[in-house]
Design a protein around this ligand. Structure first.
Ligand code: GRF
Length: 285
């Protein structure tokens, strides 16, 4: 039961305790305040008393839990919680955009994206797709309670491309974060302008087949470029080719090695990729 709540609300043990405490303290204060108000109003304890009481505490409850949530450090959770309830009641529920992250490596970008969208109610990271049986990103998915899918080459390229599976899960948007296989045409056509990738250099330079990871940084250093950076772009049928959405740069020093440059690039990626994805998704709302 508690585990289910943790998974649903995506919180850790401490936050779960604080959230439950907020519900308990807020609820009991609200009950007491409702009774006190009716007493002050001189309402007699008959059938209508209970009717008014329930109505009153229903109206007061949001105010009490949100107030209690502040000292317990749970304001942001309860703000979203109450907003969600209001949207359900008013029928103005926002559509949640479901994202699949495709990654094959350590998953540091995936981790940042997951963290960024944890508290954004209009986005849900619903799936992590990986083409390797062992990868850091799979451990991250498990830790974050996000379902993962290990894909097989044949099915991905020559059979149904896992499209039915993605559609069945309701995936609306795909984020590539260190995914080395080329996206099949069928998936690209099914997700027009809804697949983004990040490349660790300033495209159109240093992109294309075989240009990934260390090879990119080696090429930049060999060319003695004074700047490198990141490119976030839509994905089309060619490697690292779709329209560029965003680029950011960093200097390449004479003393830089492929490793030190990779670190700078990772920092830029972590800083910008989640925010750029959010901007793209906001246009889809
Ligand atoms: C990143 O450098 C990204 O630009 C490239 O693959 C790398 C993935 O790194 N497409 P990580 O697995 O997210 O740490």
């Amino acid at each position: 039961m508690l585990q289910k709540l943790k998974d649903r609300w995506k919180v850790n043990n401490l936050n779960l305790v604080l959230i439950i405490s907020t519900f308990a303290i807020g609820g009991s204060l609200c009950g007491k305040a409702g009774a006190r108000l009716l007493e002050l109003g001189g309402v007699e304890k008959n059938f209508s008393y209970w009717f008014i009481y329930i109505l009153l505490i229903t109206l007061l409850w949001p105010l009490f839990v949100i107030t209690v949530s502040i000292p317990l450090g749970q304001f942001s959770f309860f703000k979203n919680y109450l907003l969600h309830i209001w949207q359900r009641i008013s029928g103005k529920q926002k559509k949640v955009i479901k994202i699949a992250i495709f990654a094959s490596g350590a998953g540091s970008n995936a981790q940042k994206i997951i963290e960024h969208f944890k508290k954004k109610s209009f986005v849900k990271i619903s799936l992590v797709v990986c083409n390797k049986k062992v990868a850091g990103v799979l451990d991250i998915a498990a830790k974050e309670n996000i379902p993962s899918l290990i894909i097989e080459r044949n099915r991905f390229f020559d059979e149904d491309n896992y499209l039915a599976f993605l559609k069945e899960l309701g995936i609306d948007f795909i984020v590539l974060a260190g995914f080395l296989w080329k996206m099949p045409t069928a998936i690209i056509n099914s997700y027009p302008n809804k697949i983004v990738n990040i490349h660790p250099a300033l495209l159109p330079k240093y992109g294309g087949k075989g240009m990934y990871g260390q090879r990119v940084h080696d090429a930049v250093i060999q060319a003695k470029d004074a700047v490198s950076g990141i490119s976030i772009h839509y994905v089309d049928e060619l490697y690292d080719h779709g329209n560029i959405i965003f680029q950011a740069t960093c200097p390449v020093e004479e003393t830089d090695t492929a490793e030190s440059l990779a670190q700078k690039i990772h920092q830029l990626e972590h800083l910008h990729y989640p925010a750029v994805i959010k901007t793209v998704l906001e246009k889809l709302k």
